[in-house]
Design a protein around this ligand. Sequence first.
Ligand code: RET
Length: 241
Amino acid sequence: MPAPEITVAYSLSFVGLLFGIGIATALLRDETVDNDVGAFAWLLIIPGFAAISYLMMVLDIAVITVDGNDVYLFRYLDWLVTTPILVGYVAYVAGAPRRWIFGVGVADALMIAVGAIAALQTGIGTWIGFGVSSAFHLVLLGILYTVLPQYAKQNRERFRLFKILQNHVGLLWIAYPVIWLTSPAGIGAVSVAGTAMIIAYLDLVAKTPYVYFVWTEREAFSKQPATPEPEPGATAEVMAD
Ligand code: RET
């Protein structure tokens, strides 16, 4: 078992992720929304895979030691699977074409994969990896704030959800490279336990509220078309009759 404080933090995140699974399931069962249009099945993977990963981490499975520090492989596997979905879904909500949904997911997966390789290196290799991974993070942010809004603007019903998810991902994720820098994988100013506790909290906040935001804005994927606005001049005609 990991240190007690890590076990507590991971267990809390696990429970919080179960709520995320509950919300995603409720979305899939909601009769007023169109599951295909909302692509909600993808959302279930986000807290679902993470909950499994946290269980594995609590059980100390696939933890390796690099330079005397613990590296949790399930953390990177979780990120590799779930973060491309988190960003890809933002692109989907924006109404971006497939190549952008896919493109932003690939930039994200490369950021995570290079980050994982960096964590497994010692010396200069770590810093090169950190730099390359950060460059992919910047590409991702560039797409999120310059490309996707162009599509989202043409999509009135989904625009509000797009803005919420864009800022949730865009702002919250900046914490990750900062935490990584201070962690034992970086300069080592924060211990493995401290880092694990902060990441457990960040991962939960990145996932369950994300699914919850889609839930609160689910009308964007409503089966009923929104009540059409009256044609300009329609009332005047009626009155003229
Ligand atoms: C790493 C390595 C160092 C450079 C950068 C990183 C970015 C990681 C991010 C992770 C996001 C994870 C999320 C998980 C949700 O559960 C890999 C730490 C830029 C942005 C959102």
